[in-house]
Write a protein that binds this ligand. Sequence first.
Ligand code: FES
Length: 150
Amino acid sequence: MYSQKVFEHFRNPHNFGSMDNPTVVGQVGNLACGDVMKLYLKIEKNKQGEYYIQNIKFETLGCAAAIATSSVVTDLAKGKILTDAMEIKNEDVVKALDDLPAVKIHCSLLAVDALTEAIYSFYQKNNQPISAEFEQKHNRIITCQTRLKH
Ligand code: FES
């Protein structure tokens, strides 16, 4: 059964909708169910010269858990510098929702993967150094997406 938090985010998702002129977009699909999530990021530099997520919005075609987890990921990521946003994990999303049914854990991965892909694309476009760990994460997501297309 879903927690009260999941219902709240599902009924009133935060940062829902598209964005005009986003800096980058992260899009992923879920191999298991066919659902799709799009995450729009506006990235700016703060006073310390670090890139941070000034604004974030999402569009999700998916189940209640996918919408609730997307909403939570936007809350967790908004205002964070990119290196901190990259540290957001599946477990953080599940915890923020007071748990998810085990069969729905894959839905939280969708939102975290979309965030990873958006940040990866920003790093690539701006010639930022990409760590081996980050490259691996991206490759895992891309492999799933490629399988999804076939
Ligand atoms: S069942 Fe598709 S993302 Fe949850």
